[in-house]
Design a protein around this ligand. Structure first.
Ligand code: GLN
Length: 219
């Protein structure tokens, strides 16, 4: 059964993710209302401006329900600003992240000189050639909890040690870079697999039914 994927469409480059999913034959929905979380098996939070995204998530009353859906097994993928939004904590004073994956993150890590750059990354779980990864004012993962699997790192350069830029915990994925700005759909396919697992997970179906009833009663 095909999983249903949503892309958070409050701010940022959600259209590019939708296009990538299109390329692999997956229809997705633009998520703008919290009730839509009940219709999907996986949510992508795109790149953009993390402070704005967090503000809008609060404004539109997403925060508690998003947490409950992720706890009950929905798949989640934060790219760039999305990674910042879902982190446990930040090295920066703002925004306050949502704590949906056990990682500490530093925003704009690579500083002004290398605002944007590209690198070839070998990513665990992705077969074949390394992926071309586009970093734009990118964050990095500074520390990881026990159940975090590091999927990719960028090698040490000059002042910077080797740093994690793709991590996974259960069905939650976080990447510092922008796979949606390339033609390489392999990470999107990996995420679709996580959402497929969520779709067929019986425990999640029960938890979701409860959640949907609770959300509906709020309206
Ligand atoms: N630097 C941005 C932030 O802190 C993220 C940049 C991006 O998503 N490309 O939100």
């Amino acid at each position: 059964m095909r999983p249903r994927i949503g892309v958070l469409a409050l701010q940022g480059d959600f259209a590019e993710h939708i296009q990538m999913l299109d390329m692999i034959g997956i229809d997705s929905i633009e998520v703008r209302k919290v009730q839509q979380l009940s219709e999907i098996d996986g949510l992508i939070i795109p790149g953009g401006e993390s402070t704005t995204i967090v503000k809008l998530l609060h404004m539109f009353d997403f925060v508690d329900d998003l947490k409950s859906h992720v706890e009950s097994g929905m798949a989640l993928w934060g790219t760039c600003a999305g990674m910042i939004v879902i982190a446990r904590e930040l090295a920066d004073p703002y925004p306050t992240p949502l704590n949906l994956i056990d990682i500490g993150v530093a925003r704009n890590y690579f500083g002004r000189q290398v605002d944007s750059f590209e690198a070839e990354l070998k990513i665990k779980g992705i077969e074949g050639d390394p992926m071309r990864a586009v970093f734009i004012r990118a964050p990095i993962v500074q520390d990881t909890g026990d159940d975090i699997e590091t999927l990719a790192t960028v090698p040490a350069t000059g002042d910077h040690p080797e740093q994690a830029v793709a991590v996974k915990s259960g069905r939650v994925l976080a990447t510092s870079f922008h796979p949606e700005l390339t033609q390489d759909t392999r990470l999107h396919s990996l995420f679709v697999k996580l959402a497929e697992d969520a779709r067929i997970d019986e425990n999640r179906t029960n938890a979701k039914r409860r959640l949907t009833e609770e959300t509906a009663s709020k309206v």
